[in-house]
Design a protein around this ligand. Structure first.
Ligand SMILES: *[C@@H]1O[C@H](CO)[C@@H](O)[C@H](O)[C@H]1NC(C)=O
Ligand SMILES: *[C@@H]1O[C@H](CO)[C@@H](O)[C@H](O)[C@H]1NC(C)=O
Length: 259
């Protein structure tokens, strides 16, 4: 898997410059209804509202990546210097934006946060603005990567999990599950968004390993003990680990660190 990833990424990167962060030019709009984001394609549901103080975004398919882009963080600023701050705001992707006029549709809170002090009504009135943005690492401070057992799970035959609080600047491309202490791994499939599933559920307490993009290829991240033997639907379990890796991107304009 790592080799395959390496091959794939070197193909992508060789035609452009590899860097930690690419800068992209686009436009952004905002959702007039806050509820639009809690029903987002990533499947975070009402949990999304609690992420990143509600600074959320729907991202176009090339960023959503069939769900692998769920939970990715972006720094985004509007280009009108009279209206907006240089720093912009930081958002987390929780939904798919199917409208191809803008790369992002932001929560109104995030959209307004791009404005200078006292100008949030002015930016909201514009509705759509020119922006530039870059992917940045997600930082959950002292919080670990977590796994939530979805309500659709049916012990012992079906397990669906949602991955929460994914740090770093990577994508999870595969997840395997095994009983704690066992090396008999079974793979999970991406159900949709941040939700993964399997019908081959090991018995007992469960460990997970995640394949994430990192550097120029990929790596395994191993969470040795995550679900207790009596795992319950609807409960969030701490994985005991966090991801801090950065995957290189290929792009025409690298971030020069000026914002
Ligand atoms: C954008 O979406 C519209 C309507 O769905 C479609 O007609 C158009 O071809 C799309 N443009 C691009 C560049 O994909
Ligand atoms: C997991 O989800 C996918 C996508 O919805 C579905 O096709 C697949 O049947 C599910 N797997 C199991 C074991 O139910």
């Amino acid at each position: 898997m790592a080799l395959l990833l390496c091959f794939f990424l070197s193909l992508v990167i060789s035609s452009a410059t590899a860097c930690d962060r690419c800068v992209h030019q686009s436009k952004a709009a905002y959702f007039s209804k806050a509820s639009a984001l809690s029903s987002g394609a990533c499947g975070y549901g009402s949990l999304a509202v609690g992420f990143n103080s509600g600074f959320l975004a729907a991202a176009i398919p090339s960023l959503y990546k069939d769900g692998a882009g769920c939970g990715a963080c972006f720094q985004i600023r509007c280009k009108n210097a009279n209206l907006c701050t240089k720093g912009g705001t930081r958002v987390i992707a929780t939904d798919l934006n199917r409208n191809n006029n803008t790369d992002f549709v932001l929560s109104s809170r995030a959209f307004a946060a791009m404005a200078r002090q006292g100008m949030s009504q002015d930016i909201l009135r514009q509705g759509i603005v020119d922006v530039e943005y870059k992917r940045v690492p997600c930082d959950y401070k002292d919080r670990n990567l977590a796994v939530r057992v979805e309500e659709s799970s049916q012990k012992p035959n079906y397990l669906a999990i949602k991955v929460l609080y994914q740090g770093g600047q990577t994508e999870i491309v595969a997840i395997d599950v095994a009983q704690v202490g066992s090396s008999y791994w079974t793979y999970m499939s991406r159900n949709h968004g941040a939700v993964w599933n399997t019908s081959r559920v090991p018995n007992g307490a469960l460990q997970f390993r995640f394949v994430v993009t990192s550097g120029y290829d990929g790596k395994w991240i191993w969470a040795k003990s995550v679900l207790p033997a009596d795992w319950q639907n609807g409960v969030v379990y701490d994985s005991g680990i966090q991801i801090t890796d950065i995957a290189q991107e290929g792009c025409s304009q690298c971030d020069d660190g000026s914002w």
